[in-house]
Design a protein around this ligand. Structure first.
Ligand code: ADP
Ligand code: MG
Length: 233
């Protein structure tokens, strides 16, 4: 597959960015502002991981991203940090939506947003199944910046929670995209995606991506940059 980083890509397909482990860059050198670099430091992150180094600059340029890297490689911050950068420029309720396949993952992601965004007072809420709808609806009423959700419960709120809408959404993330796209989430995802604005950025992150092209198209990425970090080096 073609390997070119930042090449101008006339064809609609995505270019692939492989990890020629370039000279390690700092978070600041990736283009993040000081308050976010500080938050990374507080988390104990000394240097960006490869998936972060490769995808953050592309995301900051406004690209859609397909990010592939093994479990434990730091994919959460790879999508959270660019979203937090954009949020700082134009703070707004319901700025970002992250969909995850399990409750546990959704909680972890929500916590990561709050930790990485602590220096800029980011508010995030988690919508997962198996919990009472009412407290979640109340949390939505407080208009968080970031919603992290499992698809079924998100759809439930979109259909039943008065006043809740994602029509101003700027960023959509599908985390563990393979599982989201391959499980029986398909029809639910389609209903959710139908009510999201087309004018948005979309990030798709996963350890593997075996999903069919058709299910990938569900996410309606726009000329995505594909960042693939192989672990067998
Ligand atoms: P993935 O989603 O790829 O499985 P996570 O985003 O869950 O990985 O991150 C795995 C662990 O690595 C988490 O504990 C996270 O806090 C930590 N981590 C993320 N980025 C860095 C970094 N740049 N330096 C050190 N640790 C990091
Ligand atoms: Mg992850």
């Amino acid at each position: 597959q073609a390997v070119s980083k930042g090449a101008s890509d006339e064809d609609a397909s995505s270019e692939t960015v492989t990890s020629a482990p370039s000279a390690a860059k700092t978070f600041k050198e990736l283009g993040l502002i000081d308050s976010l670099c500080e938050a990374c430091e507080k988390m104990g992150y000394k240097l960006p991981t490869p998936i972060q180094s490769e995808s953050i600059p592309l995301a900051l340029q406004g690209r859609d991203i397909i990010g592939l890297a093994e479990t434990g490689s730091g994919k959460t911050a790879a999508f959270a940090l660019p979203i937090l950068m954009a949020l700082m420029e134009r703070p707004q309720p319901f700025f970002g939506l992250v969909m995850a396949p399990t409750r546990e993952l959704a909680y972890q992601i929500s916590q990561a947003f709050e930790s990485l965004g602590s220096t800029i007072n980011v508010r995030s809420t988690c919508l997962v199944g198996g919990m009472d709808m009412v407290p979640q609806a109340i949390a939505l009423g407080k208009k968080p910046h970031i919603v992290v959700a499992t698809p079924g419960r998100l759809l439930d709120h979109l259909e039943n929670t008065k006043g809740f809408s994602l029509r101003n959404l700027k960023y959509l993330v599908m985390d563990e995209a393979d599982r989201l796209l391959d499980m029986d989430f398909g029809p639910i995802l389609d209903k959710i995606l139908k009510v999201l604005p087309r004018e948005r950025r979309t990030f798709l992150f996963s350890a593997t991506l075996s999903s069919k092209v058709e299910s990938l198209q569900r996410a309606s990425l726009s000329n995505p940059a594909r960042v693939s970090i192989s672990s067998n080096k």
